[in-house]
Design a binder for this molecule. Structure first.
Ligand SMILES: Cc1ncc(COP(=O)(O)O)c(C=O)c1O
Length: 289
């Protein structure tokens, strides 16, 4: 009888210890983004099982089982577009092909422009140029003289329009011309910039970086140091630079096991953030301070 009691007490103890843990684990699973991006390890395992393959011309235009006449119309359209590109972007295509060999970014963007089974045919026939000669107002002009509307504002960075930044560049160059490329010391205008950035952001201090990737790396490192926590959260769809910890999953050879990809703007995520020890969760200054 006593043994039975001891066993039940042990089982209860185990339950009391295990239940909250299991609940928190479940909460985290529910907060993860539904896509494979939210499940980096599974994504990697699946990706490793998918063989590389490419469609030949016949399959390319009828991969969805389209009837012959539809596939033929698609094929015609594709090659008409290819001819148009060749006629419109001769210099851009030539310079891009020459530069690609020594420019890994171009190799990457060229290869992944479309899903991989379609990539070889698209790369062979739908060639585009990657070089721009000038930009003005809301348009950019390529080296063949074609003018395009810059619909994305250079991926969103040109919020004030190209001309505003051209003026800033002129002003900036005039301010630094006398000093040139010094390293380590500051130009006096940096002090003013710090004061203005602090006023705008409401933050105590400013740190300057040469890229967003670098700024995120430093911010995460500082947060990890000050909280004593390792785990970070990112939200699916957002880009935080090319640093491995903010790009877990396929294509990243390191585990990045401390990075979770959770659903954006979701109550499940807020619940997980509240109860787990994430860097960005409840702030508890570390004793290391
Ligand atoms: C939120 C965010 N973090 C980081 C980065 C990375 O910046 P960079 O391309 O300068 O490394 C970006 C760039 O788009 C970004 O939008």
């Amino acid at each position: 009888m006593n043994e039975a009691l001891a066993l039940s007490a042990a089982a209860l103890g185990l339950l009391a210890w295990g239940l909250p843990k299991a609940r928190r684990r479940l909460q985290l699973s529910r907060a993860k983004h539904r896509s494979l991006a939210g499940h980096a390890r599974i994504a990697k395992r699946i990706a490793a099982q998918i063989p590389g393959y490419a469609y030949d011309e016949a399959r390319f235009f009828a991969v969805d089982g389209a009837p012959g006449d539809v596939a033929a119309r698609r094929r015609d359209g594709f090659f008409r577009l290819a001819a148009l590109f060749e006629q419109r972007y001769p210099r851009g295509i030539t310079l891009t092909a020459q530069a690609r060999e020594g420019l890994s970014d171009l190799q990457f963007t060229g290869r992944y422009r479309v899903p991989f089974p379609f990539s070889p045919l698209v790369r062979e026939h739908l060639k585009t140029g990657s070089f721009v000669a000038r930009a003005s107002g809301v348009t950019i002009e390529d080296i063949d003289g074609n003018v395009f509307h810059d619909l994305t504002g250079s991926y969103g960075v040109n919020v004030f329009g190209v001309d505003f930044y051209k003026d800033c560049m002129d002003e900036g160059f005039a301010a630094v011309r006398e000093v040139g490329p010094i390293l380590g010391s500051y130009l006096p205008c940096v002090a003013d910039n710090v004061a203005r950035l602090r006023a705008i952001s409401g933050m105590d201090a400013v740190s300057f970086h040469m890229s967003g990737t670098e700024a995120v790396m430093q911010a995460v490192r500082l947060a990890r140091y000050h909280t004593g926590r390792k785990k970070i959260v990112r939200f699916c769809g957002a880009y935080h630079g090319w640093w491995g910890d903010v790009q877990p999953g396929v294509g990243n050879p390191t585990a990045a096991e401390h990075t979770y990809t959770l659903k954006d703007m979701h109550a499940d995520t807020l619940r997980a953030l509240r109860t787990r020890r994430f860097v960005a969760g409840r702030w508890r200054p570390s004793r290391r301070l």
